[in-house]
Design a protein around this ligand. Sequence first.
Ligand code: SF4
Length: 350
Amino acid sequence: MTSIIDKIKRAGLVGRGGACFPVADKWKMVKDAKGKDKHVVCNASEGEPGVKKDGYIIEHFADRVIDGMAIAIDTLKADKGFFYINPAYYKKYKALLAKNIAQSGAPIEIFAKPHQAGYIGGEETTLLNVIEGRRIEPRFRPPYPPTAGLWGSPTLVNNVETFYNVSLVAADEYKKERFYTVAGDCLYENVYQLPEDWTIEKILKTTHNYPNFPFFVQVGGDGSGEALNAKQLDRPAAGAGSIRVYSLSKRKPQELMLHWAAFFSLESCGQCTPCRDGNLRLKEILSQADPDWPTVAELLDNLADTAFCGLGCAAAIAIRSYVNNVLATAPETAVNLPKGARLAICSCFN
Ligand code: SF4
């Protein structure tokens, strides 16, 4: 009989939390890991701004998500599962989840992520610390959770959409689709379930959200997602599958960059200097009337190269890609900047 891990491998499932790690490989690591008391965690923290698909999946397919977790608990001979969920979703879906967990009979506990865990509380090793009641910050890696996760035991951490897909694979109903959050300056903001290999352009056109004005998009999250210009849409949506549309003329570049820097400054856990101080300095510089652009570019390089965890590294993505992909390619007259400023900024980012 074909094992569920073989079926997942054949289906080509990848994690839908953003990192796209092959699901079968992760399950096999936990299965093969030595150690008792294995655990399964469903990550429903969905803290990336603008990404709403996990909430949508819980609302419409809670039974499938719980079924995917139950399959994991059974396959990996795990002791227990934790449904790690952000406070807003906890309030909204607690009863629905409790009902589905009871019906499944699986040993799953709903764990409400505390408010103070914030954005970093969704990072894979930070959530282990949160469940254990430790300081809210990422752990050193290795060891990785599949070999040493919760209380040092092998632990599988997968996202809501991943467990939903596992349930479909187990029932031979998986159709190689994924969920996309489409929002911003478009007509029909929503979560859409569409083929996983569709390009961003096809998604926007099919959902009648392709703008008829100069625009750019941010893909993979409104905080850490990459900004792309209208000629770069011939690729699938990366990461958590969100697409935010921005009108080019409506946005003020410096305000937008400050918005991104302020978000990461607020959400930094403070454990490492490049992220704690780097994001704070970025915010200060971008708040000035005439920012020191070479220092902005240098701080972003420093973040990307030396931050301890993915949050710090990702903090550089939005601003850098916005400058290189959007500002550098837009006509001078299409962006909200004084004459000559666009070129001056872009020259610092080469
Ligand atoms: S990069 Fe450093 S300070 Fe920022 S969230 Fe990660 S560990 Fe914390």
